[in-house]
Design a protein around this ligand. Structure first.
Ligand code: ZN
Ligand code: ZN
Length: 257
């Protein structure tokens, strides 16, 4: 499995994962121009994308869909019904393949298992992807960890997990009271400690790489997210796990597993 995160955070999200034969994209949260240039800088070709899977209908996850779909119509767009309806009404893109949340389906080499998450969107999901050799957990934009999240995380070889904010920095920030409530609420975003506690409680036996994602630029610091997770990793003597913090402005390197 090859993995490249084109960018992660409230300004845009997109992940490219490939088995070699089949290439999937998860979310198109940058303009098409940005997606294409970020892929090019990583040596990736948008023409190779077989399908795009959407997590939810917030613009930092679908911003570039209209232009991308026009330029690369061979990449099928996948979402559950409510998410597709909502993105369609915001972008005019009507050409969707609809799946049921919590029902597994196949795209080329990948088995795709969408699972429900708690977030203030139409019908948000995370994904558990398996290419026959490795499994990948993708879980961002959730206010609380629920059973389907734990269950998928527990089985992952590789995980992209939200570590959005530090509660103290969030409290001290000059954001409106209502926004602070939204971010820290049950349908908001995971705090660093929440992400670390998911690891603490599950200690996934096969996990070899963990990517901390969707960090708030104002209410988090990479070293805070890293330290919080490292503490949990050390408690289980799992220093063998490769821990990375994903960035908003530049794509990650291409990781091969
Ligand atoms: Zn988001
Ligand atoms: Zn969101």
């Amino acid at each position: 499995m090859k993995l490249c995160v084109l960018g992660s955070g409230s300004q845009g999200n997109s992940i490219v994962v490939s088995s070699g034969e089949t290439t999937l994209m998860v979310d198109i949260g940058f303009t098409c121009k940005q997606i294409v240039s970020r892929m090019a800088s990583s040596g990736l070709d948008p023409e190779d994308v077989s399908a795009v899977l959407f997590t939810h209908d917030h613009s930092d996850h679908f911003k570039g869909v209209k232009t991308f779909h026009k330029k690369y119509p061979d990449a099928s767009l996948f979402a559950n019904g409510n998410t597709a309806d909502s993105i369609a009404s915001q972008t005019g893109v009507e050409d969707w393949t609809i799946f049921e949340t919590a029902e597994e389906f196949q795209i080329g080499d990948f088995s795709v298992s969408p699972f429900s998450i708690s977030h203030d969107a139409a019908d948000p999901v995370g994904y558990f992807l398996h290419d026959g050799a490795n499994s990948l957990f993708i879980g961002t934009d959730m206010g609380v960890v629920t059973f389907p999240v734990k269950d998928a995380f527990l089985r992952a070889d590789i995980a992209i997990l939200e570590s959005n904010h530090d509660p103290e920095l969030l409290m001290m920030s000059d954001r409106a009271y209502s926004l602070k409530q939204r971010i820290s609420g049950r349908s908001g975003h995971l705090a660093n400690r929440d992400a670390a506690n998911l690891f603490r409680e599950t200690n996934p036996a096969n996990l070899k790489a963990l990517f901390l994602a969707h960090l708030s630029s104002e209410c988090n610091r990479p070293h805070l997210a890293m330290e919080e997770m490292l503490e949990a990793i050390r408690e289980h003597n799992r220093e063998d796990i490769n821990l990375h913090v994903l960035e908003q402005d530049v794509p990650s390197m291409i990781f091969e597993f």
